[in-house]
Structure formats: structure tokens, C-alpha cells
Design a protein around this ligand. Structure first.
Ligand code: NAD
Ligand code: DAU
Length: 342
């Protein structure tokens, strides 16, 4: 591998992967291909902007001609696809863009890759494709039972990846990651929303009873897992990537408040997310057998993450304007007006 196209590389996890790859493999050329939707942000790529092995192309993965141009121009050997509409609450409001990018976009990438004989295709997927589990942990062989439009679209994209491997013999791999946190996360996800809202002494809208469980994975661990699977993953295989770090949402919320020295009176219990998955958990035996290990010090990684948002207000304050405020109002205004304090 020499030239890697990283689609969705201007987003949260994609940009962490790009920063990691540009620095780890100076002999590779890392080409970011990104539509720059509301979630795409070139500020996430400032740390690599001047590196000689980094390139940026603006484009839509559902646009076959644009994809083909980039694959040919940069003589791409491998595609790593992060590009997606990624937020569950937005998929509940309107699913259209999720189907266009997370299903059709994946198909367009696969088909262009097939036609040009691209050597590797890695799809970044999610633990949400399994649905939720009351006890134990999902294995890669478990059935897919997605419960919301986002996870259904991701499962659809993944099924096309499987089909291109089985039907066309493409060298594909898939990772199913758990809830990822860290710097540069668009402040709509629980972790980055709550940290930035709490800094401003604003209410934190906890859905339902706050007893849902998420398995928190640090973003750099997620990026390293994808690097590993891209290089040594077996063709056609799927690998779970979990933090093995389960917490109730309300406990994560309280930890964030403690780290910021803010009162628990900021917590509001608001109307639940429809179809809200209760618990995610992954069995990560398979990727560990490849040599991957996650960092298990949640306490200090969460503290570092909170400190990053505190120190980098320049990054998130300019996001919290315009379209963001419209979305915030639609998602939270009524919920907060009807909220219960803790
Ligand atoms: P994000 O929303 O922060 O970034 C998505 C990126 O994709 C943005 O840069 C956006 O501009 C780009 N994009 C969207 N549509 C595009 C299109 N049609 N063409 C080209 N670029 C497009 O997402 P994220 O949280 O970094 O997630 C990245 C990937 O990882 C997604 O595929 C997501 O499903 C998956 N994932 C996320 C998590 C998580 O906790 N955030 C966990 C597991 C898996
Ligand atoms: O599990 C992997 C998935 O994690 C990824 O595939 C998705 O792209 C990513 O968005 C994330 O999905 P979640 O829905 O789990 O993440 P989110 O940050 O939206 O929510 C985390 C939990 O917090 C979930 O139980 C819902 C709850 N929540 C979320 C928000 C935004 C709240 O209680 N209040 C909120 O305002």
C-alpha cells in the first residue's frame, strides 16, 4: 500500500485516523476525500495541513465521477471509508441523507473500487448494527438487528461490502466500533455536547432515565484498530472494536460535571429518544488476537478529553452557530421546557 483514500477524513474519527497515519507512515500518501457536510471540519486536519504526504479533495462518495477522478489522480491502492451521516437523533428527524451516504455512497465507492481494481477496501461500521443486548456481549457472528434509521443504513452499507467480497472477490474488511470519545468530536454527540454545554453552565439533557449503557472507546484506540485491520485483517472479515468500558449515561454525565467543577443541578431528565437502544457491548477477542489493545484508563482519558474542550474553545464555539443552533432548538427546546431536574 502506498496511496490511501480516507473518505470522511475531515470528521471526528476519520481525522484522528488521518493524523495517526500521516505521522506513522511518512512513505504513504494519505488523501482525504470529504464532502464537508455540517460535521466535516478542516480545522480537524490543521495538525497535518503542511505535511508532504497529506492531500485533501472535496467530494461526495455518492458521486461516481468525483470518486473515480480521485482514485485515478492519486493512484489509490486502498480506501478506508469513514464517510457517513453519523448522528442517531438526526436520522430520526430525517433519514434521507443517511440512505444516500451510508448505503448508496458505500455502493458507489465499492463499484468504483471494483472497476479500478483497488487492492483494499475497509468499511468503518458500528456496534449499533447488532441492536442492543441485555447481558453478555455481541460476537461478529451474531445477527444484525439495527433499531434506528442510522444503524439500519450502516447495516445496509455493510451488507454491500460483504456482497462485493463474496460476489466480486474484493479484499474487504469491516470494523464495528463502539461509542467513541475524544478531541474534535462535533458537539452534538452526548460526550462533546455535555462537556461544552457544562462549560457554559447550560442544562444537560439526559434522555429517559439515563440508565442506558454505552461502551466508551478512546478515539486514538479506534484509529489504531482500523490501521491494524487495514494492514493485517483477513479478507471478508469483520472485527469488533470496543472499549470494554461500560458506563450508564448518567454516571458519565456526573463524571463530566465533577471534572469541570460544575453542579449536578445542571442535569435535566428529558423525553427519551424513540427506539433508544438500552445497552451495547462487544466481544473483542478477535481483534485482540491480531495484537490490538485498548487503553483502559478511562478516568484519565476522560479528564484529558474534558481538558481539551476547555483549552480549545476556538474549535467548538464557531460550530455552535447557524445550522447548529437550529438543530439544537429542534432537538432540545421542547424537551428542556418539559424537563425534570434530577
Ligand atoms: P462525523 O459525523 O464526525 O464525520 C463524518 C464525516 O463524513 C464528515 O467529515 C462529513 O463531512 C463526511 N461525509 C458525510 N457524508 C459524506 C459524503 N456523502 N461524502 C463524503 N464525505 C461525507 O462521524 P464520526 O463520528 O467521525 O464517524 C465516522 C465513522 O465511524 C462513521 O462511518 C460512523 O458510522 C462510524 N462510527 C462512529 C462512532 C462514534 O462513536 N462516533 C462509533 C462507531 C462507528
Ligand atoms: O455505538 C456507536 C455509535 O455511537 C456510533 O455508531 C454513532 O455514530 C455515534 O453517534 C454513537 O451513537 P449513540 O447514539 O450511542 O451516541 P450519542 O452520543 O448520540 O448518545 C450516547 C448516549 O447518550 C445514548 O444512550 C443517548 C444518550 N444521549 C445522547 C444525547 C445526544 C442523551 O441522553 N442526551 C443527549 O442529548
Amino acid at each position: 500500500m502506498k496511496n490511501i483514500l480516507v473518505t470522511g477524513g475531515a470528521g471526528f474519527i476519520g481525522s484522528a485516523f488521518v493524523r495517526h497515519m500521516v505521522q506513522t507512515y511518512p512513505h504513504y500518501t494519505i488523501v482525504v476525500f470529504d464532502k464537508l457536510t455540517y460535521a466535516g471540519n478542516l480545522d480537524n486536519l490543521l495538525p497535518v495541513h503542511d505535511e508532504p504526504n497529506y492531500r485533501f479533495v472535496r467530494g461526495d462518495i455518492a458521486d461516481a465521477q468525483a470518486v473515480r477522478r480521485a482514485l485515478e489522480e492519486y493512484q489509490i491502492d486502498a480506501i478506508v471509508n469513514f464517510a457517513a451521516e453519523s448522528h442517531v437523533d438526526r436520522s430520526i428527524m430525517n433519514s434521507h441523507a443517511f440512505l444516500e451516504t451510508d448505503v448508496i455512497g458505500v455502493y458507489v465507492l465499492l463499484e468504483q473500487a471494483r472497476q479500478l481494481g483497488i487492492k483494499r477496501f475497509h468499511q468503518v461500521s458500528t456496534d449499533e448494527v447488532y441492536g442492543w443486548i441485555a447481558e453478555g456481549a455481541f460476537k461478529e457472528t451474531d445477527p444484525l438487528q439495527p433499531n434506528n434509521p442510522y444503524s439500519a443504513a450502516k447495516a445496509g452499507g455493510e451488507m454491500m461490502v460483504r456482497a462485493y467480497h463474496v460476489t466480486h472477490g474484493m479484499h474487504t474488511t469491516v470494523t464495528r466500533g463502539s461509542n467513541t470519545y475524544g478531541p474534535y468530536q462535533y458537539p452534538e454527540k452526548m460526550m462533546s455536547l455535555f462537556i461544552t454545554e457544562a462549560i457554559d453552565d447550560r442544562p444537560l439533557p439526559v434522555y429517559g432515565d439515563g440508565k442506558q449503557v454505552r461502551d466508551w472507546l478512546y478515539v486514538d484506540d479506534h484509529a489504531r484498530a482500523i490501521d491494524l485491520v487495514l494492514h493485517v485483517g483477513a479478507p471478508g472479515e469483520v472485527y469488533n472494536v470496543g472499549g470494554e468500558n461500560e458506563h450508564h449515561n448518567i454516571d458519565v454525565t456526573r463524571r463530566i460535571l465533577r471534572l469541570l467543577g460544575k453542579p449536578e443541578s445542571l442535569i435535566r431528565f428529558v423525553a427519551d429518544r424513540p427506539g433508544h437502544d438500552r445497552r451495547y457491548a462487544l466481544d473483542c477477542t478477535k481483534i485482540k488476537a491480531l495484537g490490538w489493545q485498548r487503553n483502559d484508563d478511562f478516568e484519565s482519558l476522560l479528564a484529558q478529553t474534558v481538558a481539551w474542550y476547555r483549552q480549545n474553545e476556538w474549535w467548538w464555539r464557531k460550530i455552535k452557530t447557524g445550522e447548529y443552533l437550529e438543530y439544537y432548538k429542534q432537538q432540545y427546546a421542547q424537551r428542556l421546557a418539559e424537563a425534570k431536574s434530577q
